[in-house]
Write a protein that binds this ligand. Structure first.
Ligand code: SAM
Length: 234
């Protein structure tokens, strides 16, 4: 690891906050994932929902509009400011906080969501235990990660089994993330004691014309892998 994971995410997402916010909202695939995640947690009225790595906050909106009390946390102060300016009137609290070590009390949330944010930590075991700690008994944790096949499609000769730290450049900024195979996610979740309620590989909803990367059209493979987990013990 070159730098503390949290500080690295903070620095890179602060640098790209405006650009990221704009592109994330223009992305049909991401909007579809947000709706799917919302449906997985309904009904949400009067529930306490935490979004970790909430970015510029759009993923919190459906929950707040439908009666949930929502908190969004992110490493980037720039994204948290954008989120607060856009959505605080909906009663959502946005805070700069590391999801590996939160300031919340035990058993605070009915539901926690993580959309494309959990890949920025080396120690996923520790993150899962922290999220389990702050979930209420029978609470649900929905984790969305990029589907591992995407790396194979994006990078010719990518080794599916080469898990660990990876470097990716987006809009001239280089970021690090931790790539994991499906088997590794499964093992880590099992060790955390959270129970796996379902595993989803949704068919992507994409803007046309479809992009073709390395001769493979983007609508022909899953873009996201979704784990629906539950805290079963008391
Ligand atoms: C790919 S973006 C996804 C943002 C949002 N969930 C979305 O789908 O638009 C990843 C987000 O995770 C945040 N993040 C990365 N590491 C974090 C950490 N340790 N604690 C809190 N947020 C983190 C980044 O700042 C960034 O906003």
């Amino acid at each position: 690891m070159l730098m503390d994971d949290f500080k690295h995410a903070q620095k890179t997402y602060n640098q790209q906050a405006l650009c990221y916010a704009e592109q994330a909202n223009a992305n049909k695939a991401l909007r579809h994932i947000r709706q799917l995640v919302y449906r997985l947690l309904t009904p949400v009225t009067n529930k306490k929902i935490l979004s970790i790595g909430c970015g510029e906050g759009s993923e919190c909106v459906l929950f707040a509009e439908n009666g949930a009390k929502v908190v969004g946390i992110d490493s980037s102060s720039e994204l948290i400011t954008l989120a607060t300016n856009k959505y605080s009137e909906l009663g959502i609290d946005f805070l700069v906080m590391d999801y590996e070590e939160t300031a919340f009390e035990e058993a605070t949330f009915d539901g926690i969501i993580s959309i494309m944010s959990i890949m920025y930590k080396a120690d996923l075991r520790k993150v899962l235990l922290e999220l389990k700690r702050i979930l209420k008994p029978h609470g649900t944790l929905v984790i969305v990660v990029p589907h591992p096949v995407r790396k194979m499609i994006k990078y010719a000769h990518f080794d599916y089994f080469a898990s660990g730290l990876h470097e990716e450049t987006w809009e001239n900024v280089t970021r690090y993330n931790y790539y994991r195979t499906i088997e590794e996610y499964y093992q880590l979740i099992k060790e955390s004691g959270l129970s796996i309620e379902s595993l989803l590989e949704p068919k992507p909803e994409l803007d046309q014309p479809y992009q073709v990367i390395n001769n493979i059209s983007e609508q022909l493979y899953p873009h996201a892998l979704i784990f629906v987990l539950q805290k079963v013990e008391y």
